[in-house]
Design a protein around this ligand. Structure first.
Ligand SMILES: [Fe+2]
Length: 183
């Protein structure tokens, strides 16, 4: 499966524009992480792109979310490694994070939400001028974008990344696709 096929499938299964943007942001961060670790950027990017493909289809049923997503990814031709990362990103299933890809997706997912929220409180609501250090400050404010699990983001340490580097990498990755994100 190539990126275009993955994106077409997302557009066929997801209506919510913000959800699609979340998946694009996750893709961008996953590509940057793959580059950082010398891993396969296409594989990691597509895993990020597809990870929430089933959110609307599963209608809030967290016991189905990511199981269906992993199945859909497999049908599209994703490898078992990619499908496992998608399955494991929903903690509900109790699936362990075994690979670097699993861990990368797990901590990249909530970072997109924190960065988006930190952008939207800026006067210009633009990613361009956002500095990693202001995202770091927001990280410490527990009530800010509380849905973006700090614990999950901090799991970047299991990838061997310091939080500051991870946030910086995430901001830069999302700035690179700011137009697609409308930010
Ligand atoms: Fe997600």
């Amino acid at each position: 499966m190539n990126r275009e096929e993955a994106l077409n499938s997302i557009k066929a299964n997801v209506e919510n524009a913000n959800l699609i943007k979340h998946m694009l942001a996750t893709e961008a961060i996953m590509r940057a992480l793959a580059k950082r670790f010398g891993e396969d950027e296409a594989e990691w990017g597509i895993t990020g792109l597809l990870h929430d493909i089933d959110v609307e289809l599963t209608e809030g049923d967290m016991n189905s979310h990511s199981k269906l997503g992993a199945d859909l990814a497999r049908e599209l031709g994703a490898s078992e490694t990619m499908a496992h990362a998608i399955l494991a990103h929903n903690e509900r299933h109790g699936v362990s994070l075994d690979t670097r890809l699993d861990r990368a997706l797990f901590c990249a997912d909530p970072l997109t939400g924190l960065i988006t929220a930190a952008t939207l409180v800026r006067p210009d609501k633009k990613l361009a001028g956002l500095e990693a250090k202001s995202v770091r400050k927001k990280f410490k404010e527990k009530s800010f974008a509380a849905g973006a699990s700090r614990e999950q983001i901090a799991m970047c340490s299991e990838l061997g990344l310091e939080l500051d580097e991870f946030i910086g990498l995430g901001v830069e990755a999302m700035q690179g696709i700011a137009a697609d994100l409308g930010l």
